[in-house]
Design a protein around this ligand. Structure first.
Ligand SMILES: C[S@@+](CC[C@H](N)C(=O)[O-])C[C@H]1O[C@@H](n2cnc3c(N)ncnc32)[C@H](O)[C@@H]1O
Length: 207
């Protein structure tokens, strides 16, 4: 594990305190209301979504490559019904069979995966044909001026964080992976630096 991964894990919750209080927590709750059955959460991080899962959720399988993040998870905060299983791994190589989960959740993760198309293909593979993909992601801006700055700063940002990109065209990538949107909202993430503020959230299903 790299020093950046260790540092990132140590600082993550502190850095997210203001956005969480200013509305991100409500976004999580609203999004996870759509979760049902067996759920896979990719990039679970320190487990910020766990208290927001509804009763209708059974088993939760979570995948994250950073053991320092996993170490911070409080499994008891999980509000669903079933057991929680946390696996060290990557979204582009999910250790799961085809069509085996009802819901896949990704919050603030698709900015960090090495290859977004590969990760989304894996998500489709493990999700049942009637499954739902719940996402909340910071993305490339629609505003040309902001986008230009995102493109300029991204190499440095990516180097500093070790994985995150600020200029991903995540909505387009979700569509290209064969999903259609049931709901899609584009709204600035509260109390977040301007280049990381453009965000999308919603529910996608296999087309
Ligand atoms: C910004 S944090 C978000 C954590 C959590 N999902 C949340 O909403 O607070 C990004 C997480 O994605 C994980 N991650 C990075 N690359 C990944 C990959 N290829 N597959 C799965 N998770 C990944 C990181 O280890 C980190 O825990």
């Amino acid at each position: 594990m790299s020093l950046r991964q260790k540092l990132g894990a140590a600082l993550y919750d502190a850095m997210m305190k203001k956005p969480e209080r200013a509305g991100l927590r409500s976004w999580r709750r609203e999004l996870l209301e759509h979760a049902r059955g067996d759920v896979l959460e990719i990039g679970i991080g320190s487990g910020a979504n766990l208290p927001h899962y509804p009763d209708e959720v059974g088993r939760l399988i979570a995948v994250d490559p950073n053991p320092e993040m996993i170490r911070r998870i409080d499994i008891d905060s999980f509000a669903g019904q079933g057991p929680v299983e946390i696996v060290e791994g990557y979204a582009h190589q999910l250790p799961l069979a085809d069509d085996c989960v009802d819901t896949v959740v990704s919050t603030l993760v698709l900015c960090s995966v090495r290859d977004i198309a590969e990760a989304l293909a894996e998500i489709r593979r493990v999700m049942s044909p009637k499954g739902r993909f719940l996402f909340l992601e910071h993305v490339a801006s629609h505003k040309p001026k902001v986008r230009r700055w995102q493109d300029r700063i991204d190499p440095l940002w990516h180097w500093c964080t070790g994985d995150c990109h600020m200029n991903r065209q995540t909505r387009e990538a979700i569509e290209e992976a064969g999903f259609c949107f049931e709901t899609l909202q584009r709204e600035p993430m509260p109390k977040t630096p301007s280049l990381l503020r453009p965000a999308i959230r919603g529910v996608a299903v296999p087309c």
